[in-house]
Design a protein around this ligand. Structure first.
Ligand SMILES: NC(=O)c1ccc[n+]([C@@H]2O[C@H](COP(=O)([O-])OP(=O)(O)OC[C@H]3O[C@@H](n4cnc5c(N)ncnc54)[C@H](OP(=O)(O)O)[C@@H]3O)[C@@H](O)[C@H]2O)c1
Length: 317
């Protein structure tokens, strides 16, 4: 595994991190998830990403991960970077969603209980909340760090403008923003417009989520929609309708480019993101050990010829 400094901070993150959004909830086989997490750590993936609402049901991924920590990683806490988030709906009533101080602080307390932890390494506000003053949300993040319940804070799904504003408030409070977690893949390049520049300017790291477009940038859907795939399952966030014919056509062509490079499409999609030095880590998901192994091997072939990049750009535009 290679490690990159997260922006201009002292914290290094693995080039590939593992997310527990899907495949680690109460509806998923626990032992499969446990094997994936164990294999990931053994391969040098030190960073595991969660959120209060991961499951389903919401909270169950943190409960399962807490179980793994207790049985398999007891003495390894200092070798791990664990993140969680709050910002989406978590519990009924006005205090279980959004960006209020009330929600963020109580949600992190619940996350820590579920995982059996005293602190997380990174706590994120999961999405911008236009109904809460940004000062209140950022003061809650600052407070959480001062309480010792998180070592660093991050933002997720904030636009470039919202990030600029939030970063300035955090800096004034004395708790710098460590990292931003946007969606970024070959099929969604919105961060290239201005967010990556903003992060670079302020020395903030970037961890790209859904780098495989939830599985579309792999061989998963090349021959139809398998029943056990994210799009095939009723609990998945990806829907059958998302696998549109025009996207599939593009994926087939990208798959050819990957094959010519001697790697899988998933591997090419991962290193294509890592070629930008502003990207600290690529946050993958996996439903099997085989997928994880395949993704890890991406790092064996990182270099792109200009002709390959041109070809990919042509297919993406
Ligand atoms: N901040 C946010 O708002 C936000 C939002 C979304 C995600 N995230 C974070 O990002 C993480 C990753 O997101 P994601 O799961 O959407 O990432 P992804 O890596 O784009 O998709 C993962 C899915 O792709 C398929 N896959 C992975 N490797 C494969 C391979 N080598 N060959 C074939 N198929 C492969 C699997 O699908 P199957 O299940 O079909 O096998 C797997 O579940 C999440 O766990 C979470 O931590 C954050």
């Amino acid at each position: 595994m290679s490690f990159n400094h997260c922006g201009r901070s002292g914290l290094k993150l693995p080039a590939i991190s593992l997310g527990l959004w899907h495949n680690f909830g109460g509806v998923d086989p626990y032992e499969t998830g446990r094997r994936i997490v164990r294999r990931a750590f053994d391969a040098g993936i030190t960073h595991f990403d969660l959120a209060n609402n991961y499951g389903p049901p919401g909270g169950s991924a943190e409960i399962n991960f807490g179980r793994m920590l207790a049985t398999d990683f007891k003495s390894l806490r200092d070798e791990m970077i664990i993140s969680t988030k709050a910002g989406y709906y978590m519990w009924p009533g006005p205090y279980g969603d959004g960006g209020s101080r009330k929600y963020l602080i109580s949600s992190l307390d619940k996350s820590l209980q579920r995982m059996g932890l005293d602190y997380v390494d990174i706590f994120y506000h999961h999405r911008f909340d236009q109904d809460t003053p940004l000062e209140e949300t950022m003061m809650a993040l600052d407070h959480i760090v001062r309480q010792g319940k998180a070592l660093y804070v991050g933002l997720s799904n904030y636009s470039a403008e919202q990030t600029e504003e939030a970063v300035a408030i955090l800096r004034k409070l004395g708790t710098p923003c460590l990292i931003h977690q946007p969606r970024y893949s070959m099929l969604d390049r919105h961060v290239e417009e201005s967010l990556l520049d903003v992060l670079d300017k302020h020395g903030i790291g970037c961890i790209a989520y859904s780098p495989l477009a939830q599985g579309m940038l792999t061989d998963r859907y090349l021959k139809g929609i398998p029943e056990d795939s994210r799009a095939g399952k009723s609990t998945g966030f990806l829907k059958k309708e998302d696998i549109k014919p025009d996207i599939l056509q593009r994926i087939l062509k990208l798959n050819d480019v990957a094959r010519e490079r001697g790697q899988s499409l998933a591997q090419m999609a991962i290193v294509w993101l890592l070629k930008d030095p502003r990207v600290t880590s690529v946050l993958v998901g996996a439903s099997s050990i085989q997928q994880l192994e395949n993704n890890l091997q991406a790092l064996d072939h990182k270099h792109f010829e200009q002709a390959e990049l041109d070809k990919i750009n042509q297919l993406l535009n």
